[in-house]
Design a protein around this ligand. Structure first.
Ligand code: BTN
Length: 329
């Protein structure tokens, strides 16, 4: 695994590198290089051209993650809140990893990123498509003195922070779909998955997971809803994954600190400005149950306000999903 990682770091520039050069640099045999290259192709789905006697070349260069570059992209006050940055070449899920780490005593401010997730998870038990070397798969572990109930609005606060971070990177017109989707012109650009553990009265530990599509490529065919990625919005040249990861982490670190002091209140106006469905007819799904109504914004706790035939009803974050009426199940 380590050999494969080192080889990919060298091949990431998209130039041709001979087997002899790679073997010499890594202190291994040319046959070990060949095996690692084949493993990367088969296991990670990377296209690596092999020209006999000339070496190996990635068909498309990779912009791989680097902890120091991520850290450098975070402004000093937020950087000071980071306990540790971990970057994994491959992991089941950055959220699952940090939930395990939290149980083993990992400190607040642990940040985990991965090049690929073999079991990336979305909301409602869906899988999150996570190909190697593109997109952003990032999770932050944070410890709060608050109870899990008091953290009900945190996912909306975090969503606002991520939307603002993307905006600051030049993505105009980012929308939010209650509770946790990042949209661009109605197409899914990313999402958040928050997982909490703790005592009923606090303290709590939260893992905030963020997925942002930077380049989905062929992997996009596995997604069953309209999607987009930053490459389509900004063009490939404009995307620096390390900088983007830093800006997203910076936004989250500021948001958790602010939320601990003031709850959701300071985030509400900004959330509602980005709310994609506000004022439109929507259908809420609660398991098998469906509720039709007009989306009327959010409460101080982050619950969805829906004007239904039976009057206004509110729905807590995490209970429902939202679709345009009549959409396929
Ligand atoms: C959704 O929109 O359904 C939420 C998607 C959250 C995906 C991110 S990627 C990083 C972190 N690790 C996971 O397994 N999921 C979240």
């Amino acid at each position: 695994m380590e050999t494969q990682r080192q080889i990919l770091r060298i091949l990431a520039d998209g130039e041709r590198h001979s087997g002899a050069e790679l073997a010499r640099t890594l202190g291994i045999t040319r046959s070990a290089v060949w095996k690692a290259v084949r493993r990367a192709e088969a296991g990670l789905g990377l296209a690596i051209e092999t020209v006999r006697g000339q070496g190996y070349r990635l068909r498309a260069p990779l912009d791989l993650l680097d902890a120091e570059r991520v850290r450098a992209a975070i402004a000093p006050p937020q950087r000071a809140r980071i306990a540790h940055i971990e970057i994994h070449d491959e992991i089941d899920s950055t959220n699952s990893h940090l939930m395990r780490a939290a149980r083993a005593g990992a400190p607040s401010g642990t940040l985990c990123l991965a090049e690929r997730q073999s079991g990336g998870r979305g909301r409602h038990g869906r899988c999150w498509v996570s190909p190697y070397g593109s997109n952003l798969y990032l999770s932050l572990l944070w410890h709060f003195a608050l109870s899990p109930a008091e953290l009900a609005g945190l996912s909306l606060a975090a969503g606002t922070a991520v939307a603002d971070a993307l905006s600051s990177e030049g993505v105009a017109e980012i929308g939010l779909k209650w509770p946790n989707d990042l949209l661009w012109h109605g197409r899914k650009l990313g999402g958040l998955l928050l997982e909490l553990s703790g005592e009923a009265t606090g303290p709590s530990q939260v893992v905030i997971g963020v997925g942002v599509n930077t380049r989905l490529g062929a992997a996009g065919s596995a997604i069953d809803q309209p999607w987009t990625d930053l490459e389509q919005i900004l063009g490939a040249q404009a995307i620096d994954r390390n900088r983007l990861a830093g800006r997203v982490a910076e936004g989250l670190l500021a948001a958790v600190a602010r939320y601990a002091e003031a709850g959701l209140t300071p985030f509400i106006a900004q959330w509602e400005r980005r709310d994609h469905h506000r004022g439109t007819a929507v259908e809420l799904r609660l398991g098998e149950r469906r509720v039709l109504g007009t989306h009327a914004g959010i409460t101080e706790q982050g619950a969805l306000r829906l004007l239904t035939a039976a009057g206004e009803q509110t729905f807590q974050a995490g209970e429902v999903s939202l679709r345009a009426p009549g959409a396929d199940p």
